[in-house]
Structure formats: C-alpha cells, structure tokens
Design a binder for this molecule. Sequence first.
Ligand SMILES: [Zn+2]
Ligand SMILES: [Zn+2]
Ligand SMILES: [Zn+2]
Length: 149
Amino acid sequence: MAHTHHTNFEELLEKHHLKKTAPRLKVLSMLHSKKVATSQPDLETVMVDIDRVTLYRILNTFEEKGIIHKVFDLNGTANYAVCSSNCEENHHHDEHLHFNCTVCKNVYCFDDLHLPPIKLPAGFKPEGFTLYANGLCPKCGKVKEKEIN
Ligand SMILES: [Zn+2]
Ligand SMILES: [Zn+2]
Ligand SMILES: [Zn+2]
C-alpha cells in the first residue's frame, strides 16, 4: 500500500522545493496511508529508524509548506493529516470538519465536508478555522451497540 503513491510523493516534495530524503518520503506515505490523523508519538512507534528530532523537523517543515495540517485529539495531542492540494506555503485552507472519537480518541479528517463561510464580528481577522465534532466513530459505535444488546 505504502508504495502505491511513491512517485506522487517525490513530485510533491519537488513542488515544495524540498529535498527528496528517505525519511520525508516515508513520513509522507505513512500519513497518506492512514484514514485518521496521526500523532508524533504514533509515528515514532512505527518509524523506529527515524529519530525524534528528525521526525519533529519533518512534521514542522511539512506543516509550514502546506503539505500537512495539525488537528488536536481529545487528549490535546497534536495529530497530523495530509492537506488537500489547495494548501500553500504558510497558508492553509483546511476549513473542513474534523471528528474526534470520544472512545478511541482518533481524529478523522473529512476533506469533503467544507465549512460554510463564517462572518466574524468586526475587528476579528481569522487566520483559519477548525471545526470539530465529537462522538463515536463507526468502529466504536458498533462496540457500544454490542454492549447494549
Ligand atoms: Zn493545509
Ligand atoms: Zn472510535
Ligand atoms: Zn483535516
């Protein structure tokens, strides 16, 4: 699975003027293969060959370049999800719904569920919007159903 989009990832790094290093490609394909946003501690456990500082720098660079965006789970931990292609360097457009599961604490990124335009009171200059919904993801909802029956 991870290798399917390999060429695209190289192009993506090239487009953002980033050197195509093995750790960067690895992080990118890992984040892409996941259905949910992923935290740095989670990445650390699967990518034991990349040290923490390198991983931290990769995530920071990707976020700055508009490749990934940060969302928070219910524990307050930062999770990262791949951006849609309309994000730019230092300018994200991730105005879509995120879903926090109260049981497994996974953060789901719904790229297709865009936020309606929101007009703020005069004087407020928003740099971005993040909307969260809380509740049960399909997997945890099924478990709950079984417990009741
Ligand atoms: Zn973005
Ligand atoms: Zn869940
Ligand atoms: Zn998102």
